[in-house]
Design a protein around this ligand. Structure first.
Ligand code: HEM
Length: 499
């Protein structure tokens, strides 16, 4: 039974159509607190509970749902644009550093850590995308070949991938070694370092907490994982495993960063070193060297984990829906993707951009995979959202699934998967809006999204272009239905070569 919004009867009296004008300034209504039991929050039913809370108690505006030992202000779909694009009242920097337990990063360099990450990707990827794809695409082609070679070693031509996330993560981590440090650093050890760091920072962000037994002791959990991630992985792998070589090569990085043209490929570290050099003496101080290294560390996390998770979702959904979509997608690949004499895929920014149906499929996977949260914000002052006031210093986030499926945004068929609709509507996956926020929105929308979509296309091609892919029966499992943003689904893949 639907419960009526408790404030509904007072709408006429308060004149809620234009609340800002009619409510006296001293009337401050905090959003209602809705407690959702932990077992519901961890299951598929959590989505219904969030949706009901917003609809009934939150009156379509905001509710507070306590989780992980803190109050989370959950914002409804109507306010997505307002909350994500108003950078006066809502801070992205504070939200993201708070989620990662790294607010101390804002004490340095005038609190510019997050701006550095953004600027680096804007400079290192956007104008150089063609060159970046040229550098990283051979990694994806090599992985496709590795599958081919492995198939030749087995009798029935079928190889099995048990941990798809690990496999995709490995490929994307290699690409990011090249992008962040440079080709000469690419080695199995360096890839391992990148993968371990990504996993450690994921734990730091608490993104596996739904699936772990620590949910009843959030403070203890938070402290333990923080110490473990920093001292067990980040310090040994990054500060002892990577930094000494970077330090040794710092002059080469610096010189290349200074000389490189704005549209040529340059490892991120080179660009950072050049930006932070002393412009008078041309040298990089120890302090600035550490700063560049720490920004690179931030980029390792931002660029690898999310992309790997979404790639696994795309692979799983395409495996499940192949009867409907694969033939059409393969037609597109045959039309636009060239091969060399040995059958290796020739991937460029141009032919990847031509894959508009693949792009539409990816956007639809991202829209419908059922995210609870993606972009987050922190209030910089008391802010009115609809009927309620969110107090200063609160963590708030739009409930993504409702924004991505609600009738008001998508009509009757909001929850249905329609893989090619974005092709017909001419909306690429990188284009956000109030109804599609997987890459965020506004000033802080993900600066790496063009590269991310190119990588997702390459993962799909690498698996499906030359192979038949099946999920082994009864192995598909969404391990955390309330955190599909950061946790990949499980499923064992059987990959046989296409005859
Ligand atoms: C499918 C993959 C990815 C997804 C779903 C994703 C999603 C997001 C989201 C939701 C945000 C916050 C936006 C907001 O709050 O408005 C973000 C920020 C960010 N992303 Fe991504 N991202 C992906 C891949 C990448 C890649 C490949 C890079 C780098 C090459 C990257 C770099 C960043 C950075 C540096 C930020 C923080 C600073 C900023 O927003 O400007 N992301 N991303």
């Amino acid at each position: 039974m639907a419960i009526a919004c408790p404030l509904a009867s007072s709408h006429a009296y308060l004149g809620f159509d234009d609340f800002r004008l009619t409510v006296p300034f001293f009337v401050q209504i905090t959003p209602p607190i809705v407690n959702i039991p932990a077992d519901i929050q961890l299951s598929e039913k959590g989505h219904q509970a969030y949706s009901d809370a917003l609809e009934n108690e939150g009156c379509g505006d905001v509710v507070i749902i306590p989780r992980h030992g803190r109050k989370e202000y959950v914002v409804d779909y109507k306010h997505v644009k307002n909350v994500l694009t108003d950078s006066q009242n809502f801070s992205f920097e504070r939200a993201v550093t708070n989620m990662l337990h790294m607010e101390f990063m804002l004490w340095f360099k005038n609190g510019t850590f997050v701006q550095e990450l953004d600027g680096l990707v804007q400079d290192g990827v956007t104008p150089r995308l063609k060159a970046v794809i040229e550098k990283v695409s051979p990694i994806f082609s090599r992985e496709a070949n590795a599958i081919k070679n492995a198939q030749k070693q087995v009798k029935n031509d079928t190889i099995v991938i048990e941990d798809v996330y690990e496999w995709v993560h490995h490929t994307i981590a290699q690409a990011m070694v090249v992008l962040i440090l440079g080709e000469k650093y690419l080695s199995p050890t360096m890839t391992e370092h990148f993968m371990a760091i990504t996993v450690a920072i994921s734990h730091l962000a608490g993104i596996y907490e739904n699936t772990q037994g620590w949910r009843n002791f959030p403070s203890f959990w938070s402290l333990k994982t923080t110490l473990q991630a920093i001292f067990g992985t980040v310090v040994p792998r990054f500060f002892f495993g990577i930094l000494p070589t970077l330090w040794k090569n710092r002059f080469a990085h610096l010189n290349h960063g200074i000389d490189v043209e704005h549209n040529e490929y340059a490892p991120f570290f080179d660009l950072l070193a050049s930006k932070h050099r002393n412009k008078r003496t041309g040298t990089l101080s120890v302090w600035n060297f550490f700063w560049c290294a720490t920004v690179s560390l931030g980029i390792i996390f931002a660029s690898i984990h999310q992309t790997a998770v979404v790639a696994v979702w795309c692979v799983m959904v395409l495996s499940q829906k192949q009867d409907e979509y694969l033939q059409e997608l393969r037609k597109e690949w045959e039309e636009f993707i060239e091969h060399d004499d040995e059958g290796n895929l020739h991937l460029t920014v141009h032919n990847l951009r031509d894959l508009v149906k693949t792009d539409s499929f990816i956007r639809e996977v991202m829209r419908t995979k059922g995210d609870t949260f993606a972009p987050v914000r922190y209030t910089t002052r008391d802010v009115q959202v609809g009927r309620f006031v969110i107090p200063k210093n609160s963590l708030c986030a739009p409930y993504v699934k409702r924004a991505h499926e609600h009738f008001d945004n998508y009509g009757e068929k909001g929850a249905e998967f329609d893989g090619f609709q974005w092709y017909y509507q001419n909306k690429p996956a990188v284009q956000g809006g109030h109804d599609f926020i997987s890459f965020g929105l506004g000033r802080w929308a993900c600066p790496g999204r063009h590269l991310a979509i190119a990588e997702l296309k390459m993962v799909i091609l690498m698996l499906f272009a030359h192979n038949d892919v099946q999920i082994r029966k009864d192995t598909f499992h969404v391990s955390d239905p309330m955190n599909t943003t950061s946790v990949a689904p499980n499923g064992i893949l059987e990959i046989s070569s296409r005859s």
